[in-house]
Design a protein around this ligand. Structure first.
Ligand code: ADP
Ligand code: MG
Length: 618
C-alpha cells in the first residue's frame, strides 16, 4: 500500500493558519494598524474600499523595512519582535507570533512599498496567495505602505461568509477606533470609498475620545486613575446618568491593546451597581497596565482574549478605581433608589388576623422553570445564550441522554404537589443534551467543546436566583401564596427597623407583612417559592445576613437583599442533584447576564482547556 501521509505545501498551511488570524477585513485592518504602531509611526492612514473587500491600505511613516526584512516579513513566524519563546512573556506589546503578514499574503493580493528612513531606495513586493510575483527597488516615501486587495480571493467559502458592507465596515471602524484610543499621540485617518470618515489629529486621551465619539461625550466623562505596585488603571468612565440602554462604549485595554474580559466588565458593573438601572450599560474606557509577564495573551489567536494571572486582584482594583472615580464626584447620594425611607406597613386599626378568603394556588412556584413562562424574561436574560451555545457545541451527540422531565425540586423547598410539566423538555431543547456529572455533591462537570467545564453548583444557583429576584423586584411581579394561618414573628427593635427598611422590596417579592406594634409582625403571605413552614427561619436568616452585610455600603439595598435571598435559597454544596436538576442549573445559568461570576464576585465556572489538563497531569 502506498504511504498516505503528505506534508501540506506552505501555501496551504498558510491558508489554514490565515483562517485563524484573519476572519474578516477588520482582522486584517487590526494587524496592519498594529504593525504600523509597532513601527513607531506618528502618522497612519487607513484607506478602505467596499468595507475592505476590495482594498485595505495602511500607510505609515514608521521605521520602514530593509530589502531583506521586507521579503522576510511575509514568512510565517517571521517577526522582528521576539527572538525566543521567553520573549513572549517579556515584551510590552501583546502576543507577537509573526503570523499576520504571512496569513494576509496567503489569502489576498498584497503590494508592499517600504523604505527605511536612512535608505535612499525602498522595496516593492507583490505577493499573491503566498507567491512572490515581483520584487524590485522603488522610490517611495520613508515608512511602509501595504495594500491588501481582494481579500479571500482564493477562499470563496470565507468570502461568502462575510456580512454586508455595513456590518463589515462597522467592524473596521471598531478596530480603527480601538487603536486610535490607545494612541492619541498618533495622527490617524480613515477613508472609506474615497470619503473621509475620521481625521484625528494628535491629541490627549480625552480629546481623542471626544474626536471619535462626538462633542457631547465630553461633559459625561469622569477620569479614573489608580496606581498600586502591581497595577496602573487609568482612563475614563461615563457618568452614571449617561448609561445607555444598549451596550455603548465599553473598552478595556491591557498594556495598550484592546481586550475582552467579561470578568472585569462585571467589576465595572459592580462598581456602578447602585447608580444605574439594571437595564442600562455603563460606558468606560479603561487602560490597565500590569507586568506583561503576568498576562497570557496566547489563549486566542486574535489576541483580544487574554488572561491575567492575578485576576482577582485586578478585579478588585478595577472595581475600586471605578468606585473611587464615581465617589470623587459624589454622585452616589443623589442617585439612590427612590424608595421612601421609614415605609409604614398598612396596619388597619384593631387589626385581627383572620384566614384570608382569596386563595392563590399554593403550589405555584415562580422559581420553578415551568412557571417562568408567566414571567416576563428580563432584558438580555438570554443575551449570553448564543455565545455559550458555541462553547457547548455538542460533544455528546444530541439526544444521547434521555430527555428527562424538567420538574425540578431544587428551585423550591416544596417537594410535594409539583405541577406536572405539560411540555417536558422544552427548555432542554435549547441546549442539546450533553452529559453532566456531579462531583462531590458540589460541582457540575461537563465535557464541552473547548475542554472540561466545571461549575460550582451553589454559586451557579445563587447567580440564577439573584438575577431572577432582581427582575421580580424591578417588575414587582413576585408571586404570592397566602397562608391559611398567618404567622406571628417577634423581632428586636433593630430587626424591626430593618424589616421596615426592606418592606417595599419584600412586598415586591411576594411577602405581605403587617406590623402589630411591640415588635410583633404578622406574615400573611410569602413568595410562592418559600415553604410556609420555613417563613420564620427564613426571615431570621435574612435579617442576620442583612446585618452582617450592612457594612457593604458600596451596594444598594435592593442588590444586597437580592444577594442575601439568593444565598439563602440556593441549593447548597453537599446536596446531591438529579441529572435534570443539573441540567436546569446549567440551562438557566447560561441564560443569565453574567454566568461567570456569582453575586458575591466569586467565580462560578471554569473551562479547563486541554493544555491546562495537561499541566495538571504532567
Ligand atoms: P508580528 O507583528 O507579530 O511581528 P507580522 O506578521 O504582523 O508579525 O509582521 C512581521 C514583521 O514585519 C514584523 O515583526 C515587522 O518587523 C515587520 N513589519 C510589518 N509591518 C510593518 C510596518 N508597517 N513597518 C515596519 N515593519 C513592519
Ligand atoms: Mg503584527
Amino acid at each position: 500500500m502506498p504511504d498516505l501521509i503528505r506534508l501540506l505545501p506552505d501555501s496551504v498551511a498558510n491558508q489554514i493558519a490565515a483562517g485563524e488570524v484573519i476572519q474578516r477585513p477588520a482582522s486584517a485592518v487590526k494587524e496592519m494598524l498594529e504593525n504600523a504602531v509597532d513601527a513607531g509611526a506618528s502618522n497612519i492612514k487607513l484607506i478602505v474600499k467596499d468595507a475592505g473587500r476590495t482594498l485595505i491600505q495602511v500607510t505609515d511613516n514608521g521605521s520602514g523595512m530593509s530589502v531583506t526584512d521586507a521579503r522576510m516579513s511575509f514568512e510565517r513566524h517571521a517577526t522582528s519582535k521576539i527572538r525566543e519563546a521567553n520573549d513572549l512573556f517579556a515584551i510590552r506589546t501583546l502576543g507577537f507570533r509573526g503570523e499576520a503578514l504571512a496569513s494576509i499574503a496567503a489569502i489576498a493580493q498584497v503590494e508592499l512599498k517600504t523604505r527605511k528612513q536612512d535608505e535612499e531606495l525602498g522595496t516593492y513586493i507583490l505577493i499573491e496567495g503566498s507567491k512572490v510575483k515581483s520584487q524590485e527597488p522603488v522610490s517611495c516615501p520613508a515608512g511602509t505602505s501595504l495594500q491588501v486587495k481582494n481579500l479571500f480571493y482564493n477562499v470563496p467559502a470565507r468570502r461568502n461568509f462575510l456580512k454586508s458592507d455595513v456590518v463589515e465596515f462597522r467592524h473596521v471602524m471598531e478596530e480603527f477606533q480601538r487603536v486610535a484610543m490607545v494612541h492619541p499621540e498618533i495622527e490617524l485617518s480613515l477613508f472609506h470609498n474615497d470619503k473621509p470618515v475620521f481625521q484625528l489629529s494628535k491629541a490627549n486621551l480625552r480629546q481623542r475620545i471626544v474626536h471619535i465619539f462626538g462633542n457631547s461625550i465630553n461633559e459625561k466623562l469622569l477620569p479614573v486613575e489608580m496606581k498600586t505596585e502591581q497595577i496602573l488603571i487609568s482612563g475614563y468612565i461615563g457618568k452614571p446618568e449617561t448609561a445607555r440602554k444598549t451596550r455603548g462604549e465599553q473598552y478595556f485595554f491591557a498594556n495598550a491593546r484592546f481586550i475582552r474580559y467579561p470578568y472585569l466588565h462585571h467589576a465595572v458593573e459592580q462598581a456602578f451597581d447602585e447608580l444605574i438601572p439594571d437595564s442600562a450599560f455603563p460606558s468606560y474606557f479603561l487602560f490597565i497596565e500590569v507586568d506583561p509577564a503576568t498576562i497570557d495573551v496566547n489563549i486566542h489567536p486574535t489576541k483580544t482574549e487574554v488572561k491575567f494571572q492575578h485576576e482577582q486582584l485586578i478585579y478588585g482594583s478595577v472595581r475600586s478605581a471605578v468606585k473611587h472615580a464615581l465617589g470623587m464626584f459624589s454622585l452616589a447620594p443623589t442617585l439612590d433608589f427612590n424608595t421612601e425611607p421609614g415605609f409604614d406597613f398598612p396596619v388597619p386599626k384593631g387589626y385581627e388576623p383572620k384566614p384570608p378568603t382569596i386563595t392563590i394556588d399554593p403550589d405555584y412556584n415562580p422559581f420553578n422553570r415551568e412557571s417562568r413562562q408567566f414571567q416576563k424574561p428580563s432584558d438580555g436574560l438570554n443575551a449570553n445564550r448564543g455565545q455559550w451555545e458555541k462553547i457547548f457545541e455538542v460533544v455528546a451527540p444530541r439526544g444521547e441522554i434521555q430527555q428527562t422531565s424538567p420538574t425540578s425540586t431544587i428551585f423550591s423547598r416544596h417537594e410535594k404537589n409539583q405541577p406536572e410539566p405539560s411540555d417536558s423538555g422544552k427548555i432542554h431543547d435549547s441546549f442539546p443534551g450533553f452529559k453532566l456529572l456531579q462531583v462531590q455533591n458540589r460541582f457540575i462537570v461537563a465535557n464541552v467543546k473547548s475542554g472540561l467545564l466545571i461549575v460550582d453548583q451553589q454559586k451557579a444557583h445563587e447567580r440564577i436566583l439573584f438575577e431572577r429576584i432582581n427582575t421580580m423586584m424591578e417588575s414587582e411581579q413576585g408571586l404570592q401564596q397566602r397562608s391559611l394561618f398567618p404567622q406571628n414573628i417577634h423581632l428586636s427593635p433593630v430587626d424591626c427597623e430593618i424589616i421596615r427598611e426592606i418592606a417595599s422590596d419584600l412586598i415586591n417579592l411576594g411577602f405581605e407583612i403587617s406590623e402589630l406594634g411591640g415588635g410583633t409582625f404578622i406574615v400573611n403571605a410569602t413568595p410562592a417559592s418559600l415553604p410556609v413552614s420555613e417563613t420564620g427561619s427564613f426571615i431570621e436568616g435574612l435579617l442576620e445576613d442583612y446585618k452582617k452585610d450592612k457594612s457593604d455600603l458600596g451596594t444598594d439595598r435592593k442588590t444586597r437583599l437580592a444577594k442575601i435571598l439568593a444565598r439563602n435559597m440556593a441549593v447548597r454544596a453537599g446536596k446531591s442533584l438529579q441529572p435534570e436538576e443539573m441540567q436546569t442549573i446549567i440551562d438557566e445559568l447560561f441564560g443569565c447576564k453574567v454566568p461567570e461570576v456569582a453575586p458575591d464576585g466569586s467565580r462560578i465556572l471554569k473551562i479547563l482547556v486541554s493544555s491546562e489538563i495537561e499541566k495538571i497531569l504532567h
